[in-house]
Design a protein around this ligand. Structure first.
Ligand SMILES: [Zn+2]
Ligand SMILES: [Zn+2]
Ligand SMILES: [Zn+2]
Length: 352
């Protein structure tokens, strides 16, 4: 993700900030310009932006402390681009629900930021059948609710926002990594498979050569996966063991990692991060001098990202915490991600 800057004093801002830590001005995220706008607090109900002198309002979800996105003052919408995709939010009379929802919103807003950077269209399911929406459910509210995707509806269980439960699940499933942003990136991958691949004969054919034949019974494939513990020889061809369960899951897993890599590379680009080991290990030098969302050649992105991830893992180990990226990216996975990168850059679903 980009580094944002206070329009009043130039101080760096995080994406989630609602005021500048340095000058105290109110700030909000402007998703059409991909910047943070700054507002003079003396005019708290009228938000005149520092950069374009337009008038804005905050998304209605700012009242709940879960959104800092802006809407143009004249718009008829109450909610921002990210929050207008919410179909179900949890019961907020329960305080712990509110805290968990906030964590989900942080991950979801980062997801929407990224999908907008790709220029992918995000029609709302409440308006269009081919659209997308989010259901954030506490287990008691939905019978047999599960985190997943079905026909544009992304369901995330509130319990996933509980770090203890999530770590327990991670261990039970023998996963090296389980995060909220990872869930969002995986599930939205299923949605974009439907939108980008399902009805495109040429891409479907290419998909089958890269990922295998998705006409294999999905329910049976998952049953078999959970019964047998999956293919143990997965690491040469897949990014995770779960990816072996069915070509749709391989796509969603690879899609999530593709989004991880794009985000890490963008962050490194904006921070000017570079890796240049002092003893000159070959293949370990990396400098990101391009915006990955504008880079056609995915190989260049992977080449700069892998040394960065390796260095970031080393830093984490210095602090005694788990690797930030506990995966090995093999050539087969690079081919899968390259396919995605080409599809997205060439997609008719891009709005810009
Ligand atoms: Zn400031
Ligand atoms: Zn919002
Ligand atoms: Zn899935």
């Amino acid at each position: 993700m980009k580094i944002f800057q206070c329009g009043h004093c130039g101080h760096p801002l995080f994406f989630e900030n609602i005021y500048c830590e340095n000058c105290d001005h109110t700030v909000g995220y402007n998703d059409t310009q991909v910047i943070m706008n700054t507002f003079d607090q003396s005019m708290d109900s009228l938000l005149f932006a520092d950069r374009d002198n337009k008038q804005y309002r905050f998304c209605k979800n700012k009242e709940h402390g879960v959104c800092n996105w802006l809407i143009e003052a004249g718009s008829s919408n109450d909610y921002c681009t990210a929050c207008s995709l919410n179909r179900t939010i949890p019961n907020l009379s329960n305080k712990t629900n509110h805290e968990k929802w906030n964590k989900l919103e942080i991950a979801k807003h980062r997801l929407i930021y990224q999908l907008q950077r790709f220029g992918l269209e995000l029609p709302s399911k409440m308006v269009s059948e081919s659209g997308i929406c989010f259901d954030f459910l506490a287990q008691s509210e939905g019978v047999n609710a599960m985190t997943g995707h079905a026909n544009g509806v992304i369901t995330i269980l509130l319990s996933e926002a509980d770090e203890v439960l999530r770590e327990q699940m991670r261990m039970e499933m023998s996963e090296p990594y389980r995060t909220l942003i990872g869930h969002f990136r995986h599930e939205v991958g299923h949605y974009f498979w439907d939108r980008l691949i399902a009805n495109n004969t040429i891409l479907l054919e290419r998909f089958r050569t890269v990922f295998g034949d998705e006409r294999r019974d999905y329910g049976e494939a998952l049953k078999l996966y959970y019964a047998t513990g999956g293919n143990q020889q997965w690491s040469d061809y897949f990014i995770s063991k779960y990816a072996t369960s069915h070509p749709w899951e391989d796509w969603a897993e690879s899609w999530a990692h593709y989004l991880h890599i794009m985000d890490v590379t963008e962050t490194a680009y904006y921070f000017g991060l570079k890796v240049a080991p002092i003893k000159g290990f070959s293949g370990m030098t990396s400098e990101v001098n391009f915006d990955p969302y504008l880079m056609k050649d995915f190989n260049e992105i992977v080449e700069v990202c892998i040394p960065l991830l390796f260095a970031a893992n080393a830093v984490n180990r210095s602090m005694g915490i788990p690797d930030v990226y506990p995966f090995v990216i093999n050539q087969s996975v690079i081919n899968k991600m390259t396919f995605m990168h080409e599809i997205i850059l060439g997609s008719s679903l891009r709005s810009k």
